[in-house]
Design a protein around this ligand. Structure first.
Ligand code: SF4
Ligand code: SF4
Length: 365
């Protein structure tokens, strides 16, 4: 019988990485890559430079502050699924031959849990400043090379995969609810598409507001979602707001974005000054007002972080427009990484971000 052909994924481990790992660990890395590529996780899981320029990767940082404002998912992951995080990150270190890996967060609770879990491992745990959007690559990566910043939910899903457990289905429900919390939708025994905002609000002991609206995905780029409309299967963040909240008023004004931009964009360029990717959202806003499509550069480089929306003095929500699927060039949000860190490093203190979005009342005590 003819020998089976080698799976194409085997060649994806570069000779550089194989040499670095040694033959035994290289075999384990190849097996792991095969498992990842055959799973439902996004493929490729890491940025292209990891494979295209082997040796460039200096570190993987798990960004514990990657969530939209008020999100509680990372702390819940650390408390209830910390071992999946640790195992997932160890697996990614092996699969990519990253010299250094670690968790970065400004949460004191998460830091405590992680330090306990990572004691006696090669995984670093680092405190970062509570700024928006977070930027562990700039704060922590002092070495030459490129950093891959990855979100914790992806890392925990890798951990679940190698532990042969079903994927996690966690959703942070925050804002105007009696008991903000992270719900485990899988454990509750109903498949995710059956969940509606009304049911999740009920599980948080109801809303603090008689009339409320759900934003699926969070304050800055989330979509208003009908109370009885089934949520997407990968929902991880639901923000409940009183129906008269200023953020919803700003969104209503965006229903006719062209009109809103034409009438209200001040051209102040504050959005561009705070863009962590050094993009020019003010130019895009002007282009959209003239019915021009988004530029290719913005489409590929915008992380959807929402800093431009936080800072806009005219109350516009540029980020919500840039991720709007109805625009001419819808975005596929890339996972953030910084082969060449952008020159701008202005960050918004998280308290200021919450204040500008009218969300201070919903923060932790
Ligand atoms: S959402 Fe995009 S354009 Fe706006 S600040 Fe973030 S990266 Fe820049
Ligand atoms: S911050 Fe707002 S008003 Fe100023 S240029 Fe950007 S979109 Fe226009």
């Amino acid at each position: 019988m003819a020998a089976p052909m080698a799976a194409p994924v085997q060649s994806s481990l570069s000779p550089f990485a194989a040499r670095l790992l040694g033959s035994e660990r290289a075999q384990a890395a190849i097996a792991l890559r095969t498992l990842l590529s055959e799973s439902s996780l996004p493929s490729p899981l890491w940025p292209r430079f990891v494979d295209e320029r082997p040796g460039l990767l200096s570190a993987i940082w798990v960004d514990g502050d990657w969530e939209p404002p008020l999100g509680q998912l990372f702390v819940a992951l650390c408390i209830a699924h910390g071992q999946l995080l640790v195992d997932g990150l160890a697996a990614l270190k092996l699969a990519t031959a990253a010299p250094q890996v670690g968790f970065a967060t400004s949460s004191v609770t998460a830091l405590g849990e992680l330090q306990r879990l990572c004691d006696k491992t090669a995984i670093r745990v680092a405190a970062t400043s509570p700024s928006f959007p977070s930027d562990p690559a700039r704060e922590l990566a002092k070495d030459a090379g490129a950093v891959w910043v990855v979100d914790p939910l992806t890392v925990a899903q890798v951990g679940a995969l190698i532990a042969r457990r079903p994927p996690l289905a966690l959703c942070s429900v925050v804002g105007a609810v009696q008991q903000p919390q992270v719900l485990d939708l899988a454990v509750e025994g109903v498949t995710s598409p059956a969940w509606t905002p009304r049911e999740l609000v009920r599980r948080c002991l109801g809303s603090t507001s008689a009339a409320w609206v759900a934003l699926c995905g969070g304050a800055l780029t989330g979509q208003p979602w009908g109370a009885d409309e089934p949520l997407p299967s990968d929902v991880s963040h639901l923000l409940i707001l009183p129906a008269d909240h200023e953020l919803l008023t700003r969104r209503r004004l965006l229903r006719d974005p062209t009109l809103r931009i034409t009438n209200a964009c001040l051209g102040c360029e504050l959005c561009s000054a705070y863009c962590p990717e050094s993009l020019s959202p003010h130019r895009e806003m002007q282009a959209l007002a003239l019915h021009k499509p988004l530029s290719q550069h913005l489409s590929s480089a915008c992380s959807g972080c929402g800093a431009c929306s936080v800072m806009c003095p005219a109350g516009l929500l540029p980020a919500a427009l840039f991720v709007d699927p109805r625009l001419v060039r819808p975005l596929l949000l890339p996972q953030r990484h910084h082969p060449t860190p952008p020159p701008s490093s202005v960050r918004i203190p998280i308290e200021l971000a919450l204040r500008r979005l009218g969300l201070s009342d919903f923060g932790p005590d």
